[in-house]
Write a protein that binds this ligand. Structure first.
Ligand code: BES
Ligand code: MN
Ligand code: MN
Length: 464
């Protein structure tokens, strides 16, 4: 297996250049203006799978953006690993905060990436991490060391909620049948502290609209005498947390699975430096639910956050006006055993109930997703752990993360498969933010580590 190091050394520049080419395509799934680029990106991924040596490579239609599929079946009696990833990216705005254009990748050194990082939208989430798998499989196919079967399922709608994927899974159960799903679309603690993501939060996302008077009003003539929807919305939102930062929606916590003291103690042993955390974000203090540590707040606890709020006059200078409407987008991150549909319903009922007389409230649900926790006593987890040991020289720490990949729970429900999350990004890689980047060291380390997963997974599956 040491050959992987040699292979990476020989193909390093090509691996980087091919990723750079992929990153030039603005595959923004949220914005219909970019639909051609999204489709072109699917085409590129298809070609990348063919070049890697995959077979039966095709672009599969869905109701929305297509799924790119490819496989290498060496022996039907051997286990099958299915790699999932996404080729779509988040919108890059605000553009003026990027130090270089989001779809013109450049290499820059940073404190955490002294060997350089590629700066571009999608570098880490998820084109760079998805390409690690394509390159690792290329190595195994070309060197004749692929120990089991592999399937790729790379989608183009993850960043907008994977809406077409449930139907796609149902319709393609046979084709997608596998023994384990492998995903690199999360992070790790640090380059010298490998970790395996063992949990993802679920999501309920809603948009709210508060309507006051039937038209915008002069804030002098009417101010003080009518419900101002922006004031009202602000007050309603503020009331969603109490003085301990608990969420006030009745029933919100009812299904939350509390961790045992032992599990919490175990979590507290993982390295986490609160001073570094504050410094990296330039915040004077952390903030959150009373009674929980910062890592607990962002992983095992549910949350409610306003993601955007607007209404009224936001242009240059001052305009004296009371707007007719105010809006906000609100996300709730969920943990086992909360259900996104139930939470959306609880939110909607509560939000309407706290509106003062005189305004109308509309709640529109957007996408949602179930939370997921992966067991650590499986051969999949053990294989991943041994893979990191082989290339990092350290046992990885299991870590629940705060982000969401809604399809993971569906993989379990529809395909009956567990997922292993081997993320190689860092939290500071600025995914969804301006100046997203992915360390070259991380990219290559991922390519180096993945073949070991296949090796150990196959060994462990065939010996039991
Ligand atoms: N790759 C992220 C999820 C992620 C990132 C999980 C880092 C853990 C650590 C994924 O692309 C993503 O952004 N998911 C969305 C949800 C989706 C429904 C838009 C999210 O978490 O906001
Ligand atoms: Mn992602
Ligand atoms: Mn994302």
């Amino acid at each position: 297996m040491e050959q992987i190091k040699t292979y990476i050394a020989e193909h390093r520049d090509r691996f980087i250049n091919e990723l750079v080419e992929l990153l030039k395509l603005p595959s923004i799934s949220a914005d219909p203006a970019y639909s051609k680029s999204v489709l072109d990106t699917a085409e590129s991924v298809k070609n990348a799978l063919i070049s890697a040596g995959c077979e039966a490579v095709e672009i599969c239609k869905t109701k929305g953006y297509p799924v790119v599929y490819g496989e290498k079946i060496i022996d039907k009696t051997l286990p099958t690993v299915m790699v999932y990833g996404h080729y779509d990216v988040q919108p890059p705005d605000p553009l003026d905060l990027w130090t270089s254009p989001p779809f013109e990748p450049v290499m820059k050194k940073t404190e955490l990436h002294p060997q350089g990082a590629i700066f571009a939208r999608g570098a880490c989430d998820d084109k760079g991490q998805m390409y690690m798998h394509v390159k690792a499989v290329e190595f195994m196919i070309k060197n004749d060391t692929l120990p089991c079967n592999v399937k790729f399922m790379i989608e183009g709608e993850e960043e907008v909620g994977s809406d077409s994927l449930a139907d796609f899974l149902e319709a393609n159960k046979e084709k997608l049948a596998n023994d384990i799903i492998l995903i690199s679309d999360t992070g790790m603690m640090a380059n010298d502290i490998p970790s395996i993501t063992t949990g993802l939060r679920g999501l309920s996302y809603v948009e709210v609209e508060v309507t006051g008077p039937n038209r915008d009003l002069h804030s002098g003539i009417y101010g003080g005498a009518v419900p101002n929807p922006i004031n009202v919305l602000s007050k309603m939102i503020a009331s969603l947390h109490d003085e301990n930062n608990h969420i006030t929606i009745p029933g919100f916590y009812e299904k939350v699975a509390e961790l045992s003291a032992e599990e919490r103690n175990h979590m507290a042993e993982a390295p986490f430096d609160i001073e570094d955390y504050k410094k990296a974000l330039d915040i004077g203090d952390v903030y959150g639910e009373k009674g929980y540590s910062t890592p607990e707040r962002y992983s095992i606890r549910p949350t409610l956050d306003v993601n955007g709020i607007w209404g009224g006059y936001t242009g240059e200078g001052a305009k004296t006006v009371i707007a007719s409407k105010a809006f906000a987008k609100i996300s709730m991150r969920l943990v086992p055993d909360q259900d996104p549909d139930e939470i959306t319903e609880l939110f909607s009922n509560h939000f309407k109930s706290i509106a003062p007389a005189g305004v109308k409230v509309k709640v529109t649900p957007h996408h949602g997703g179930q939370p997921y926790v992966t067991p650590t006593d499986t051969i999949g987890y053990k294989a991943a752990s041994k893979a990191y040991e082989a290339t990092f020289g350290k046992t990885p720490i299991p870590e629940r993360t705060g982000g969401s990949i809604p399809i993971v729970a569906l993989f379990e429900q529809v395909l009956n498969s567990k997922t292993i999350l081997m993320g190689f990004g860092l939290d500071s890689d600025a995914i969804h933010s301006p100046n997203e980047h992915f360390g070259v060291w991380n990219y290559l380390k991922g390519i180096e580590t993945i073949p070991y997963f296949y090796k150990y997974y196959t060994e462990l599956s065939t010996t039991v």
